[in-house]
Design a protein around this ligand. Structure first.
Ligand SMILES: Cc1cc2nc3c(=O)[nH]c(=O)nc-3n(C[C@H](O)[C@H](O)[C@H](O)COP(=O)(O)OP(=O)(O)OC[C@H]3O[C@@H](n4cnc5c(N)ncnc54)[C@H](O)[C@@H]3O)c2cc1C
Length: 595
């Protein structure tokens, strides 16, 4: 019998069976076809214009070209991937939607344009709308006839999104809300016809949401923002001046807009990870191609260890983050099916299956965006001066990637959110099984002193269990010492979030390798993927060790600190593999394959 969907955050206390975990190698022919269609589209419509031209596109100057590509994408059905068939879309399941997002990444700025249309722009209506609202708005969004936008941020309300000043007041006749306020950084705002706008009704403390059509009037757009990257993606301010919104366009319940905004962002966050994976893989392809051709000191630069190390690092990090991303994508689908089976409404099943994985989505957003940015940086380094030139497109990739650490909640906010959600689920809603932790932690610690460990990847599983146990021990200890002050000690919160993130992603990578082995996948493939997982674990332990020590040096003292430091030394001791050789072998494999 298939295992039930993972409970969000419970990866910390239970070890999933590899058979119950989805791995990307299991995508069907049909799903791969969708991936390839999007990839082909991006190569033909976007890359064919030449990377130098693409790098110099501007959402204002080149609006017609941007809209032309948007129109072609619509004709192919790309605007309707997340919208269910009854509303004119393709109705892809969530995990296929992530695969679609991975392929989109090849489109640079256009990935943001289509990504907004298929995600934050349309999902509020799909997940929270009434039947009448869905029927009215979704078909035109799915067909691309109408562009859509998500308007949460304001000049004085960025990370603190609930502090927005935009107001909605019901008119005397009780027929319309009169909307006044200013939204900022609105993706697709320059051409959107439909806006999901978050605003407070009267003197409410909490946000509500509205579906606003440009045709309602009272909407003014600012100039296209001059940005560091994603320059062809439209980003504008949107001003609402007595905009008359019919009463029936209130989306969801009054005062529930902030919850809606956050939940939509959960989905956007894991999509950033999927896009990051796409970007990393594409970057890797380009780096391998360039470094095998570029000769210095009489040989291809890919022969040098310094270059192989970069290729090996990018590949292993992409592998691990990809493992976590599609693992959770499949859990969202599983949870969705379970909720529907249990009688949840269409909307509740969509909403709650996403909300379940808020912790994992935050972790993946942070790691995916940081690995993607690092890939851009290292790609420029591998290309040398040519990487710095507009001609190769690498500098554009670097600039475009940078936004992913900022939007959909900055990485600081997401690190804090991951830990905050953990506390909420552990102590308030009690969805996280702390009882299980009490049993698994002592066993995990004792196992470090067992010289006769056996089983497949016994050492690696020991480290993964140690990461989980240490996270719990440090979180408990910091919580005891600092109590409610912990939330203000953000440096420590971020350290703890890093340990948790390393536990989740390393576990996902090894579950994938074990499943591949059990399925008797191609021997070389399994060998290479094992090396990638090991290389990632080596790096992850470095990150976790530093974060754990940093936290302890920051809040702890005396005998408790001495004991905990001793535990960190023991539980996160050096992983006895050769990181240089692992990454070289991965790089050599990719270089040979490309050849
Ligand atoms: C190109 C682009 C497209 C965007 N698209 C959209 C869109 O379509 N719709 C939309 O609504 N918004 C959009 N945004 C807005 C985006 O979501 C915000 O920029 C983001 O949430 C951060 O808000 P901010 O820029 O005001 O930064 P701030 O909130 O001012 O943050 C600045 C710095 O302070 C840190 N910080 C803030 N609060 C805290 C805290 N409590 N603790 C610790 N550190 C903190 C942040 O992490 C960051 O490092 C977009 C932004 C850009 C640049």
């Amino acid at each position: 019998m298939a295992a039930p969907a993972l409970t969000g955050g419970n990866f910390l206390f239970m070890q999933s069976n590899p058979n119950d975990v989805f791995i990307p190698e299991e995508f069907s022919e049909e799903q791969r076809m969708i991936f390839n269609t999007v990839k082909e589209f991006m190569l033909q419509e976007v890359h064919s214009m030449g990377l130098a031209k693409l790098a110099s596109l501007d959402a204002e100057k080149d609006k017609d070209l941007v809209l032309e590509i948007f129109r072609k994408a619509s004709e192919l059905g790309l605007c309707g991937v997340s919208i269910d068939e009854q509303y004119g879309g393709m109705g892809l399941d969530f995990n296929t939607g992530l695969l679609f997002t991975e392929a989109l990444a090849l489109g640079f700025s256009f990935a943001t344009t289509i990504g907004c249309q298929t995600s934050i722009g349309s999902l509020p209506i799909l997940w929270y709308g009434t039947e009448a609202q869905k029927k009215k708005y979704l078909p035109a969004i799915a067909s691309g006839e109408k562009g859509c936008s998500y308007c949460l941020t304001e000049p004085t309300a960025g990370s603190d999104a609930n502090s927005g000043k935009t107001r909605a007041v019901l008119n005397a006749e009780g027929t319309h809300y009169i909307l006044n306020g200013q939204k900022m950084w609105i993706t697709n705002g320059g051409f959107a016809e439909v806006f999901t706008v978050f605003a407070k009704i009267d003197n409410d403390e909490k946000l509500s949401a509205f579906i606003v059509e440009k045709s309602f009037g009272g909407i003014e757009l600012g100039k296209e923002e001059k940005k560091m990257g994603i320059k062809a993606s439209s980003t504008v301010q949107v001003f609402f001046n007595n905009c008359k919104v019919p009463k029936e366009n209130l989306l969801g319940d009054r005062g529930k807009g902030f919850n809606m905004a956050l939940n939509i962002l959960n989905s956007g966050r894991i999509k950033i990870a999927a896009g990051g994976v796409g970007g990393m893989k594409f970057g890797l392809e380009k780096c391998v191609e360039y470094t095998t051709q570029r000769q210095q000191f009489g040989k291809p630069i890919s022969d040098f260890g310094a270059i192989k190390q970069k290729i090996g690092t990018i590949a292993s990090h992409a592998f691990a983050i990809e493992s976590g991303t599609y693992r959770i994508g499949a859990e969202v689908d599983k949870k969705h099916a379970e909720l529907k089976q249990a009688g949840s409404s269409f909307n509740d099943a969509k909403i709650n299956s996403m909300r379940e994985y808020a912790i994992e989505c935050a972790i993946l957003k942070v790691l995916g965006s940081e690995a993607m940015c690092n890939t851009g940086d290292e790609a420029i380094q591998m290309f040398g001066g040519m990487g710095y030139s507009q001609e190769t497109g690498v500098e554009m990739a670097y600039r475009d990637a940078r936004i992913t650490k900022i939007y959909e909640g900055t990485n600081e906010i997401n690190r804090m959110l991951a830990l905050g959600e953990f506390y909420k689920r552990a102590f308030v809603s009690k969805e996280i099984n702390l009882g299980a932790a009490k049993r698994t932690i002592p066993a995990a610690i004792l196992q470090n002193y067992n010289p006769f460990k056996s089983g497949e990847f016994a050492t690696e599983w020991q480290y993964i269990n140690n990461l989980k146990a240490l996270f719990m021990i440090l979180t408990g200890s910091a919580g005891n010492r600092l109590r409610e002050k912990l939330v203000d000690e953000q440096e420590i919160v971020m350290n703890l979030a890093d340990v948790m993130a390393m536990a989740f992603v390393t576990e996902s990578a090894f579950l994938r390798v074990m499943k591949l082995k059990a399925k008797r996948a191609d021997k070389t493939e399994v060998e290479m993927k094992t090396k990638m997982a090991q290389a990632y674990l080596y790096d992850a332990l470095d990150v976790a060790r530093k974060a754990a020590n940093n936290a302890l040096d920051s809040y702890c003292s005396g005998i408790e600190k001495a004991i905990l430091k001793c535990l960190v030394r023991r539980m996160l001791r050096t992983y006895n593999v050769n990181p240089k050789n692992l990454k070289r072998e991965v790089a050599d494999y990719l270089i040979t394959r490309a050849g």
